[in-house]
Design a binder for this molecule. Structure first.
Ligand code: ATP
Ligand code: MG
Ligand code: MG
Ligand code: MG
Length: 469
């Protein structure tokens, strides 16, 4: 069996020997794109190379990029703990060609690595192509020998990538692994494609057109390649398990959490352990990259992740802060590949502990209020927005934590009411300030506070700059 660490190494080594520069992961906070909250794809650090703003000596690169998808368009937060394949933090393995090789070579590399180097059974693999991309369809037949029924034409945006409204764009081809009929779920393009049977492991993006104002205006002079493969997903495949949370890294983190809480990861507690393991990774890596918990922007996304994990620790019956005691397990698993984790270990532990002590002061009272407010509610009911707002305002419950807490009982939260209560409080604060006769500066401050807000950083919703390998 190959460990996750070996798989990462082997990927980089394969593309290294194929003439690619092996580039270390960029930090999670993007340095080249102020509209993006966190790096969410391997291509993000190379965006300016693809658009031609920057050039590199070598026209090929490969990396294992730290990614966080916990807000905005790419928000996998709600999936964590409940699907077999989504994390808030994950690593994206990628190979990139900047105007060098194109479709044929990209498909050849992917197929060679998966089936020859790693020895995965070809009959378990499927590919999707954009419905009009006859070239990719023919290449999958020729290179991989895939039968036509395992090359699936998809007409949706899932198989068409664009950097925004302007710039490079093109069709993509996603490689899926069939974990077998014992797992529920249908093939890509079918009505039950969201199940876990057919798991997307690798996305190959063929950048070949130029867009302006959302319309294709011509061919790129030098077509490029951008690919992204989820390390945790391919590790599951290679370790013969269908679930990312059963891979070596997650098993070790979950074992540490089981041992510190003395609660086995089974039954209703399974999801809690998974959420804790996942959020430990995203919190640890975000802290190591300089994000600190706060009430706005990136810091608030981090705080939401941390507090959600802390509620699950509480659910497991822990009376003392837990998260900081799991950091050594995280460093043991991932510190070699990412030395910044080890360097930041004392700071990560202190920050997690401080946040958990602080949050635990109000957590039980908040949960009591939540219990009272939902007593007698049945599945399908909705928690009033002003109650969710009180939980937020008085007890420090991020909105999504309340949602997560009610999920197992099938109770929803009134988002519109929550937003209205928030807006009302802001208006009251603004009026109070105006009354104090302060200068126009305060207006600006409130505008910023409203935009960047305590609820969510909205800049991330912009499609501009979204790397969607
Ligand atoms: P999915 O459809 O499963 O949500 P995606 O199409 O959103 O995946 P891409 O944007 O194509 O994902 O990212 C490239 C690869 O990164 C995917 O093929 C997958 O292997 C991996 N990946 C994407 N999102 C996650 C996640 N939240 N957790 C773990 N791996 C992920
Ligand atoms: Mg997705
Ligand atoms: Mg997909
Ligand atoms: Mg994809």
């Amino acid at each position: 069996m190959r460990s996750t660490n070996e798989i990462r190494r082997s990927f980089l080594e394969y593309f290294g020997t194929q003439g690619h520069d092996v580039v270390p992961s960029a930090p999670l906070v993007p340095y080249n794109d102020p509209t993006l909250m966190f790096v969410n794809a391997g291509m993000v650090p190379f965006k300016n190379v693809f658009t031609g703003l920057e050039s590199r000596e070598t026209p090929r690169a490969t990396s294992s990029q730290k990614c966080v998808r916990a807000g905005g368009k790419h928000n996998d937060l709600d999936n964590v703990g409940y699907t077999a394949r989504h994390h808030t933090f994950f690593e994206m393995l990628g190979n990139f060609s900047f105007g060098d090789y194109f479709k044929e070579q990209a498909i050849t590399h992917a197929w060679t690595l998966l089936t020859r180097v790693w020895g995965l059974p070809a009959e378990k693999l499927l590919a999707t192509v954009y419905h009009t991309d006859d070239e990719a369809f023919a290449l999958w037949k020729k290179i991989a020998g895939l039968p036509e029924e395992r090359i699936i034409r998809i007409a949706t945006k899932d198989n068409f990538w664009a950097m925004g409204d302007d710039g490079p764009c093109g069709p993509c081809s996603e490689i899926f692994y069939d974990h077998g009929p014992q797992i529920p779920g249908g093939p890509p393009g079918s009505p039950d494609e969201d199940g876990d049977r057919f798991v997307e492991i690798w996305n190959l993006v063929f950048m070949q057109f130029e867009q302006a104002a959302g319309e294709i205006v011509g061919d790129l002079p030098r077509p490029s390649i951008d690919t992204g493969m989820g390390l945790e997903r391919v590790a599951a495949v290679m370790q013969g398990v269908h679930d990312n949370y059963d891979t070596d890294t997650f098993k070790a983190l979950i074992a540490a959490s089981e041992s510190l809480t003395s609660v086995p990861a089974a039954g209703a507690q399974r999801a809690s352990h998974r959420v804790i393991a996942d959020h430990l990774r995203s919190s640890g890596f975000l802290l190591a990259d300089g994000v600190l918990p706060s009430n706005e922007g990136r810091g608030y996304v981090l705080r939401r992740i941390m507090r959600r994990a802390m509620r699950h620790a509480h659910l497991l019956g822990t009376h003392d802060p837990l998260m900081h005691r799991l950091v050594p397990a995280l460093v043991a698993e991932m510190g070699q590949a990412y030395p910044e984790l080890g360097r930041a270990q004392p700071m990560i532990e202190e920050t997690l502990e401080r946040e958990e002590i602080q949050f635990r002061r109000t957590l039980s009272n908040g949960l009591r209020l939540l219990d009272e407010a939902t007593a007698g509610m049945d599945e399908g009911a909705e928690l009033p927005g002003d109650t969710a707002f009180r939980l937020y305002d008085t007890y420090g419950f991020p909105y999504d934590l309340t949602e997560d807490a009610l999920r197992s009982r099938g109770i929803a939260v009134d988002r519109t009411g929550f937003d209205a209560a928030m807006a009302q409080q802001k208006a009251a604060a603004r009026a109070a300030w105006k009354g104090s006769g302060q200068s126009a500066d305060n207006e600006i401050w409130f505008d910023i506070a409203e935009r960047e807000g305590a609820t969510e950083f909205t800049g991330y919703n912009s499609t501009q700059g979204e790397g969607r390998v």
